[in-house]
Write a new protein. Structure first.
Length: 65
């Protein structure tokens, strides 16, 4: 949880330094090897969605087997 809070602080510093805002409502978070409860807490803290697949590339979701 502390690492997620550090990432959010870095993004906030980016917003202050460059005047650009991160659109959290369009952002998603995902993880490998973490529980779905932790992922839910992280997305709640960052105010963003949860990734359904491993990653999206040019609009196509790729699921690793």
């Amino acid at each position: 949880m502390q690492s997620v809070m550090v990432v959010k602080a870095i993004l906030m510093c980016f917003e202050f330094a460059y005047g650009l805002k991160v659109n959290y409502s369009k952002s998603i978070v995902g993880g490998e090897g973490i529980s779905s409860n932790d992922l839910l807490r992280f997305s709640s803290l960052l105010n963003c969605g949860i990734m359904k697949a491993s990653f999206t590339y040019f609009g196509y979701e790729s699921i690793r087997d």
